[in-house]
Design a protein around this ligand. Structure first.
Ligand SMILES: [Ca+2]
Length: 234
């Protein structure tokens, strides 16, 4: 557990964090209403209390970014995925999570996705392209983010997709990396639920680990996303 050290704002955030850490460490849930929270501590249960438990297909427990065993989920890049069974079709919305690429495979790897033409507030998803660039969308098919730097294997990244009434905002490691106008719609497909570690069919399997997936029914601010990046438990 890390506590922000410097300044009054940091002290206040630390106090909030201490409060949150008492009892079940759900982290900075004060940031907004959680629609779902997958701690992925060796399982796919939704700890938000909303009952959106996922179903695990082959993904296995692995170490989290603090080196604690069994506190994240590993996907083999062959056939592992987690089906949340749930559509998170609302705005404003924030989807935040950690991931660690195991290896580059020379093809697209899907980290998570919710995609369908039936979605009122658009598809969202993140993956790694065949060229090892981070790719994502926070709502719809018309706009998406592509990173400039290659994703480094065996490194944990924090990613947040924020969609408010008019914008889609992309964060990597707590910093804004792109912003675009919000769009709607998605693919021609009619499968809507959120899938972790693969795309909707499923295919394009992810070779790596995922941790602490949170879906908020709110558009987190830049400060809140940074707080999540710096202080969320593993
Ligand atoms: Ca975890």
């Amino acid at each position: 557990m890390q506590i922000p050290g410097a300044g009054r704002a940091g002290a206040a955030a630390g106090a909030l964090w201490l409060l949150a850490a008492c009892g079940e460490p759900t982290g900075p849930g004060e940031l907004g209403p959680l629609a779902a929270h997958y701690t992925l501590d060796g399982h796919a249960r939704d700890v938000s209390g909303n009952g959106h438990d996922g179903t695990v297909f082959g993904a296995e427990p692995t170490t989290d970014r603090s080196g604690r065993p069994g506190r994240a989920c590993a996907f083999d890049g062959v056939d592992d995925f987690i089906d949340t069974g749930t559509t998170f079709d609302f705005a404003p919305r924030t989807v935040a999570f950690w991931f660690r690429l195991r290896e580059h495979l020379g093809r697209y790897q899907r980290i998570l996705v919710q995609n369908s033409h039936l979605l009122e507030y658009g598809a969202f998803g993140v993956g790694i392209t065949a060229d090892s660039l981070l790719e994502g969308r926070a709502g719809g098919n018309g706009t998406f983010f592509i990173g400039e730097a290659k994703v480094v294997a065996d490194r944990w990244y924090h990613m947040a997709l924020v969609r408010n009434d008019s914008l889609e905002i992309y964060f990597v490691d707590g910093q804004v990396v792109d912003t675009s106008m919000a769009s709607s719609g998605g693919s021609i497909w009619d499968r809507t639920v959120l899938i972790l570690g693969a795309t909707r069919i499923p295919d394009r399997f992810f070779a790596g680990a995922i941790d602490d997936v949170r879906i908020y029914e709110a558009a987190l601010t830049a400060d809140q996303v940074e707080l999540l990046y710096r202080n969320s438990p593993t």
